[in-house]
Write a protein that binds this ligand. Sequence first.
Ligand code: EPZ
Length: 413
Amino acid sequence: MRKIIINGPCEVSGEVDIQGAKNSILPILAATIIARNECVIKNCPNILDVHTSLEILNYLGCKTKFEGSTIIVDSSQISKNEIPEKLMRKMRSSIIFLGSLIARTGRAKLTFPGGCELGPRPIDLHISALKQLGISIDNIHGNLECKIENKIIGTDIVLPFPSVGATENIILASSICSGTTTIENAAREPEIVDLTRFLNKIGAKIHGAGSSKIVIEGTHKFNSSEHYIIPDRIVAITLMAAAASTGGNLTLKNIKTDLISSAIPIFEESGCLIKTYEKNIEILSPETLYSVKEVRTMPYPGFPTDAQAIIMAMLSKAIGTSVFVETIFESRFKHTEELIKLGAKIKINGNVAIIEGNKYLSGAKLQAYDLRGAAALIIAGLAAYGKTTISGADYFLRGYDLSIFPNILTINE
Ligand code: EPZ
């Protein structure tokens, strides 16, 4: 795997445009299958997971084009209803194609998805919900063979946990059907709101996205549309943490403050000055960062689990003790061993991590194990004195456009 090389410390300052949201474009690309038309999607990030989604769409028979930050998908012709394992294993969100493929073709054959190793990544909530819609799903030697028994029937579904992916799969599968489906305890992430905005533009009738109760009135008439992807809130927090860790002053452009409202108090408690404007956010870093009493990850609108590693990297050099509680994933602390190699002082106890800040981190050879862990190692490497090499650059490139860190990251084979 390719390596990232950093010669620290490197101050992160200036201005940066926030890329389109990875976790919005991925389900929306899957949703283009439902349109049976040409869809134009703007503000798309140039990241590996988007290219994997385009590979899946091309394999299924769609025509796709990616020019600049615009993707055009023509899904009028679908020639297959199965996705090969090599494509499914490349990312977690390949499972989102299940809902749209079933809705469009009535059948789907795919394997379990890949994605970051954050502990077990089960899909039991997806499967139990889709079965309630009248979809049969058989696991035959690791292949999920799915088909609509008679027709998809709208129904009331209660999710035991507000799973983002399960919420998205239910929305996609029930968009084309007779009857109304309600999802109770639905995930409330902004990326789900963006997905439903896109679906409603192509003809779906979905209400309540962003709340814990979503209502989908099935319909059969879809058309083409144009859509602009929301900014990536996790990329925004990543850049803010990079600026804070390196004593930088950074202006983020094309970001909406409400997308990261749960993270702003954390930055302020650590001593940063945050100025918010209509479409921009400015972060002014202190000479010395201070610890944060507790960072507890929660489903949206709580503090996002995807930012946990990123803020931990920032606070690795803060004065004092910070406590992290990871409540979403079973094993999302793999980055801590690597941060310790840079001089961070971290103790783990179950889903709790205790960080004693160390103002002077020093460069080291590191290994990334997942997307946001890779981002965390970059942040700490930028703050550390000396050379840091991070193996596993492709994890980072799955979700980040390299242009967000111009001239300070070198990627080599
Ligand atoms: C989405 O993953 C995001 N990925 C993740 O971002 C994000 O961390 C996660 O939501 C939580 O916000 C995309 O949108 C592509 P979940 P997803 O279903 O849908 C358990 C990133 O870095 N669960 O909300 O997989 C699961 O194990 C990625 O951009 C079940 O038990 O997350 C986890 O503990 C990482 N059974 C919890 O629920 C299921 O059927 C949250 O999972 C599904 C999930």
